[in-house]
Write a protein that binds this ligand. Sequence first.
Ligand SMILES: *[C@@H]1O[C@H](CO)[C@@H](O)[C@H](O)[C@H]1NC(C)=O
Length: 196
Amino acid sequence: MKMASIPLLFSLLLASLLISEPMVMLTVSADQDSTSFIRKSCSRTLYVDLCYSSLSRYAGQVGNDPVMLARFAMNVTIGSLKPLSMYIDSVLHHTASSEVAALKDCSELISDATDLVRKSEKEVTGLEGMVGSKVKRRIGNAQTWLSAAITDEGTCVDGFGDASGGTVEQKVRQKVTRAKQLTSNSLAFVNSLANS
Ligand SMILES: *[C@@H]1O[C@H](CO)[C@@H](O)[C@H](O)[C@H]1NC(C)=O
């Protein structure tokens, strides 16, 4: 009895290895496929590491679709801009008067930039199913609006002057700079839609 069950157990173990191993490998290679599309696309942006770290989690949903990649990049950008305008508004209430003017400007600029990126995400939605001049016009609009958003973000950062500002200024400057980099990456993806 005991002697017979050992080879039996062994063959069961072997069988389960043979069955489960290829399945594991399939999932892994599918994952690598979609992250490799994001990795390759991110390598053509200005802020490669930020690009990859902010987008790799959407690999499964993006697949190999460049329009979806651009849309996710824009939503990630919105996700960093939106809390930023709330943050600026909240610090405005207890900030040294020397920083108030620049912060107020920033608050407007950032909410403007948020709207522009949001409009751009809508503009490229469904692009896959469209043809001809409509596609060009939509991509052109998104390019214009994302560029305008980058200008807004830059104007906000420049409003603080050099690095000698208070801690609130420095914090805002850091956060806006990151949002600006995410916007720049989004624009790079939209630009590459124009070339495809
Ligand atoms: C981006 O966000 C908008 C608004 O929440 C949503 O409608 C859209 O589906 C999102 N896009 C992607 C690609 O998830």
